[in-house]
Design a binder for this molecule. Structure first.
Ligand code: AMP
Ligand code: MG
Length: 360
């Protein structure tokens, strides 16, 4: 079979779900997962690169396909609470309350693992990240596979996460056995990752579920200091993912932020003009509020990408727009930052890494 036919045969378009019956089409993909295959599938956060989370050989294929470091553990995705007992143990009341509050949804909790979870899934740790996604395609895929699905974000390690199939097709299609196209992901940033230590939730990776929401359930919350800070070499961290390069386009990026909209505009113009005077071409990614002003004040040939007018749209667009900015082959991508309140914390966490902490 030619490669193209193979991909066509193993591609399921579920962008428009008309009835609950459409989910039965996921039976084939579920069987592929159960049998040790790799499947690209949508969730409400980003696309996942999924495999049978109880099958070490299948999970190994995920690490190889992504080029992911073997000590960076994977999240197990479940479709109902009945699946939890097989993979996690000694769960505390607070951990149950958090799951109850935020599942199904963009929330991952780090729990003590059972011996059923292969150590390749947990990167050798005694804990495992667990999430119950809310996306119905993801949930039905897990249901049909009958096993927890190990799934990291669908991207080559270090690159921006994939939030639609087009963005990741070239880098991953040839490495997977099946593709489920569910259109654009609603949230666009990966799940909030939390670990409860001494009865206090620690946010290890910020996401759509904010510190404020977690505090409302737990009465307390700690935001790990590495979320906005650069890691010193050899520093011990609570989440191995913090050590690695993330979300980066191929083009060099700089993050610009200030206390007022006028100062941000001034800074962006200054950085763009400096770039141009050095004979280089910038691309700008900014909020809707600034895009019109910048268009009027900069050469019309400069690409200006409008990220959206609020934190929800920025979070939905950011990964796809980082990839789009790369296609313009410019010399520098200038990205407008946001305040770190609420969902802004998750956006800035991703942007700081995309820019390798190059902030002005
Ligand atoms: P990704 O799979 O790309 O969404 O990344 C998952 C994130 O969760 C990574 O940053 C991992 O390091 C983190 N993670 C997964 N399992 C654990 C665990 N058992 N303990 C701490 N962090 C974890
Ligand atoms: Mg990832």
């Amino acid at each position: 079979m030619k490669e193209k036919d193979k991909i066509y045969d193993n591609y399921l378009d579920l962008k428009n779900i008309h009835s609950l019956n459409d989910y039965t089409k996921l039976e084939k993909a579920g069987k592929i997962i159960y049998d040790g295959g790799l499947v690209l599938f949508p969730t409400e956060t980003v696309y996942g690169l999924g495999a049978n989370g109880l099958d070490p050989e299948a999970v190994k294929r995920i690490y190889i396909a992504k080029g992911r470091a073997s000590d960076n553990p994977l999240i197990l995705h479940i479709c109902d609470i009945g699946m939890l007992g097989k993979i996690a143990q000694n769960i505390t009341d607070l951990e149950f309350s958090l799951m109850n509050a935020f599942w199904p949804g963009p929330f991952t909790i780090i729990l003590n693992k059972t011996p059923f979870v292969p150590s390749i899934v947990s990167g050798g740790l005694e804990t495992v990240g667990v999430r119950m996604p809310s996306n119905e395609i993801a949930r039905n895929l897990i249901k049909y596979s009958g096993v927890p699905i190990a799934a990291p974000s669908a991207n080559i390690s270090g690159r921006p996460s994939g939030t639609n199939i087009n963005d990741i097709f070239d880098e991953l299609a040839s490495k997977v056995d099946y593709i489920i196209d569910g259109g654009d992901c609603n949230i666009g940033l990966e799940s909030t990752v939390v670990r409860v230590i001494d009865n206090v939730p620690h946010i290890l990776r910020p996401g759509k579920i904010t510190a404020e929401e977690i505090k409302q359930v737990a009465g307390n919350v700690i935001i790990d200091k590495h979320i906005l800070g650069k890691l010193e070499p050899n520093k011990k961290v609570l989440s191995p993912g913090m050590k690695y390069k993330h979300y980066a386009p191929k083009t060099e990026c700089v993050l610009v932020y200030d206390s007022s909209i006028n100062k941000i505009q001034e800074k962006i113009i200054h950085v763009a003009q400096k770039c141009i005077s050095n004979g280089k071409v910038p691309t700008i990614m900014c909020s809707e509020q600034n895009s019109e002003f910048l268009r009027k004040n900069l050469d019309e040939n400069i690409h200006i990408i409008n990220l959206g007018s609020d934190l929800n749209s920025i979070s939905k667009n950011i990964f796809s727009d980082l990839r789009k900015a790369d296609t313009y082959n410019s010399d520098l991508i200038i990205i407008e930052g946001v305040s770190t309140d609420g969902l802004g914390l998750a956006i800035m966490n991703r942007l700081l890494r995309a820019c390798n902490y190059n902030v002005i």
